[in-house]
Design a protein around this ligand. Structure first.
Ligand code: RNT
Ligand code: ZN
Length: 411
């Protein structure tokens, strides 16, 4: 169906496709740098460890800053619209010897900021509380040894400074997300102490003066990790309470809940009590496996809530890392899937469906919720891509295969 035919069809149900295209164009998604190299970073050649791991050894991963930058740029050229890059502290660029996490500074991220300026994109940031010898007995900010806690507090403070620098230089607020793997494999005898130490460490970090217009701190909750099955310090309840009382944002990761929980259902409550919602869009398969996001029901439900609640109230970041497939393809596919689901939600007459719910006409609600799914979304997606000068269909993959042959497989 042509775009003009689709536009007419959508108009009949009260949906303005041009408005939807413009609205989608205004949503930046924070693309995670760590899909490009299996969360390795530039501090050592060892892979991700201490509560985080990747599986697979597909060839061609980026091993230097120049390679990662090139791969991100290439991926972004196949994704419609302007987006952001989400960096982790372990992606600092060190000249000579590697500065330890507590000594990281602005200079280690200057090349990233210069690069982002050239691309005209914003950066987001994350302290790295894993892949390090100071993760002691699975703990960082909640460690029993005050010296270990102090090390990680220093890291958190340095990262706040780096995030402030990014936000100011790029004139776009930098979201800094705190995720710490702290937890225990087996039932702990003391569940309170580690949480008190975590809160104390976080308080010490956030006591640092930082420009609240340039930096948006978020705290990510988690249910469990491999090797940390019985207890996670930063549980959902801990994070809700901490973030609410300290006036920072809580971050929801789609892989950090029981698999039967509906993560999309949490969004409206978050919005009511925090005003803004930070999101790690991921795909758990049986556990927090961080598979590439697909156009599945979970993603669709999350996108619908984002659209209904106002996308400007969301910080949308992707978080998955599959090392068993082409990493550049994984980025492009996931980013486009996110945008596709947002567009589908925008092309749904949400106000009309809400009116049916409010009037108690649940039959019509169910029927139309289903029927609207078969409207000609693809024609609008095609027009959106055309306006952004990128391929609408699977042709993008041929470009990735060419890049893979000419660049990735030569590494
Ligand atoms: C881990 C968390 C966290 C990380 C990134 C790399 O379970 O989801 O967000 O994936 O910080
Ligand atoms: Zn996450």
């Amino acid at each position: 169906m042509s775009y003009s035919q689709a536009k007419k069809k959508y108009a009949k149900i009260g949906v303005d496709t041009d408005k939807a295209i413009a609205a989608l164009s205004a949503i930046p998604v924070s693309m995670h740098c760590w899909q490009g190299d299996d969360v390795t970073g530039f501090e050592s050649v060892g892979g991700a460890s201490n509560g985080i791991q990747t599986t697979g050894n597909y060839p061609g991963k980026a091993t230097t800053p120049a390679e990662l930058m090139a791969d991100v740029e290439f991926a972004m050229s196949l994704i419609p619209g302007k987006h952001r890059l989400n960096l982790h502290a372990c992606y600092g660029i060190h000249e000579g010897s590697v500065a330890d996490r507590d000594k990281l500074g602005i200079k280690h991220f200057k090349p990233w900021v210069e690069w982002a300026k050239r691309l005209g994109i914003g950066l987001d940031f994350n302290p790295t509380f894993f892949s390090h010898a100071n993760v002691v007995d699975g703990l960082t900010l909640a460690a029993t040894d005050p010296k270990i806690r102090e090390f990680w507090v220093k890291h958190g403070i340095q990262c706040l400074k780096i995030a402030e620098y990014m936000g100011k230089e790029l004139k776009s607020p930098c979201t800094i997300n705190f995720w710490a793997p702290d937890g225990f494999k087996d039932d702990p005898s003391d569940r309170l102490g580690p949480r008190q130490r975590m809160a104390d460490s976080l308080d010490k970090i956030f006591k640092t003066k930082y420009d609240k217009k340039a930096v948006v701190p978020t705290l990510e909750s988690k249910l469990f990790g491999i090797g940390v099955e019985s207890y996670t310090v930063n549980s959902h309840e801990f994070v809700m309470g901490y973030a609410q009382s300290r006036k920072i944002l809580a971050l929801l990761d789609m892989g950090h809940f029981h698999l039967t929980e509906n993560v999309a259902d949490k969004i409206s409550s978050f919005l009511m009590f925090f005003g803004k919602v930070a999101f790690h869009i991921s795909r758990p398969v049986r556990w927090d496996s961080d598979h590439v996001i697909r156009q599945n029901d979970d993603l669709a439900a999350a996108a619908r809530e984002i659209v209904k609640m106002g996308p400007e109230n969301f910080i949308i970041a992707l978080d998955y890392f599959d090392a068993s497939i082409c990493r550049v393809a994984a980025w492009v596919l996931g980013m486009r899937n996110m945008q596709k689901e947002l567009l589908k939600a925008m092309l749904t007459p949400n106000a009309k469906l809400k009116a049916l719910q409010d009037s108690g006409d649940f039959t019509a609600q169910l029927v139309l919720q289903e029927e609207y799914k078969n409207y000609p979304f693809e024609s609008v997606w095609g027009e959106f891509c055309k306006r952004h000068g990128v391929a609408a269909g699977e042709e993008w993959f041929a470009s990735v295969k060419k890049y893979e042959k000419e660049v990735l497989l030569k590494r």
